[in-house]
Design a protein around this ligand. Structure first.
Ligand SMILES: NC(=O)c1ccc[n+]([C@@H]2O[C@H](COP(=O)([O-])OP(=O)(O)OC[C@H]3O[C@@H](n4cnc5c(N)ncnc54)[C@H](OP(=O)(O)O)[C@@H]3O)[C@@H](O)[C@H]2O)c1
Length: 287
């Protein structure tokens, strides 16, 4: 599969988002492991997760544990797979999502992720979401310390605006390697952050790149322009969407979620799909 870079690490141009395998509507463990194995079989070397991808309060890190299990049971060499996890979000177990960006929480969260992933250092650690109660500089400053201590190899941020990206880049002394923001045909307001990442050479990881778990399957019926281009190429509207995102910048690496092997197997083909300039311009306008 085509490769892109996160910092000095080469990864597949399409990653796998782990969230659908651990939150509401998740499948059984066997299907999840088969989904992760299908991604690895297809050449995926970036898997996105978070300690907050779980349902009940007593199963923090459900998704990280699942990924560690799937990597351990895959027949191939997993040494080039980058597992990107996150900290700073919590799920108390009532369906809600809360935030804690305090240095104490982030430090504790990293220790938990290290254990569950079974590694000495986390490949890519992303601060999940700004916490309005904690100065951004304190949360990102903790990432800097974790980098310096060698607990994390690469540092990223998520749900950040232009100002926060610039601030994080400064605090990290130029070592910010990724920004993970929502971006899809339905949600295009992260275009400014995508452009800034392109300018700074930072990887931009669109989250919910297909519009999110509930709507991804029907993307073609909501966005006729994407469905038309898909028909012309004989591929799925989801593949067209991911190819359109990839074409926005060489620094874009979409992380489509999946809970079925067929979904990720189809999505990775987007890396080989080339759209014309005219098609890309039409999709930029397509409602
Ligand atoms: N940083 C953040 O705050 C944040 C927030 C949300 C998500 N994320 C990350 O971003 C990842 C992706 O977002 P998401 O999972 O919310 O939404 P998404 O990627 O837009 O949609 C996921 C759904 O798309 C379906 N799908 C994937 N490929 C498909 C294909 N080729 N054809 C048809 N359906 C397809 C999957 O269905 P099946 O389940 O049937 O396979 C899956 O449930 C997450 O998994 C998570 O890692 C991060």
């Amino acid at each position: 599969m085509k490769q892109r870079s996160i910092g000095n690490v080469q990864v597949s141009a399409i990653g796998l988002g782990g969230m659908p395998m651990s939150i509401e509507g998740r499948p059984d463990i066997d299907r999840s492991v088969r989904t992760i194995h299908a991604a690895l079989d297809a050449g995926v070397t970036l898997i996105d997760t978070a300690d907050a991808y779980h349902l009940h309060a007593d199963e923090v890190g459900h998704n990280e544990t699942l990924i560690a299990q799937a990597l351990a049971s895959w027949s191939g060499d997993t040494s080039d797979v980058l597992v990107a996890t996150k900290g700073g979000h919590l799920r108390p177990g009532d369906g809600s999502w809360t935030v804690d960006g305090s240095p104490a929480h982030l430090r504790e969260a990293v220790e938990g992720s290290l254990k569950r992933l079974g590694v000495d250092a986390i490949g890519l650690y992303q601060f999940h979401r700004p916490d309005p109660k904690v100065p951004y500089a304190d949360s990102v400053g903790t990432l800097r310390e974790l980098l310096d201590e060698g607990k994390i190899r690469l540092a990223g941020i998520s749900n950040a605006n232009v100002e926060q990206i610039r601030q994080a880049q400064e605090i990290l002394g130029g070592r910010l390697v990724s920004v993970q923001n929502q971006f899809s045909p339905a949600f295009r307001s992260s275009e400014d952050e995508l452009r800034l990442c392109d300018e700074l050479g930072i990887a931009f990881l669109p989250w919910s790149p297909l519009g999110g778990i509930a709507k991804a399957g029907e993307l073609g019926s909501h966005f006729a322009g994407f469905a038309q281009v898909a028909e012309a190429h004989g591929v799925s509207p989801q593949q067209v969407t991911l190819a359109w995102e990839l074409a926005k910048s060489e620094h874009v690496i979409p992380i489509p979620g999946a809970s079925r092997p067929e979904s990720i197997t189809d999505s990775v083909r987007a890396a080989e799909l080339t759209l014309t300039d005219e098609e890309l311009a039409r999709l930029d306008q397509a409602a």
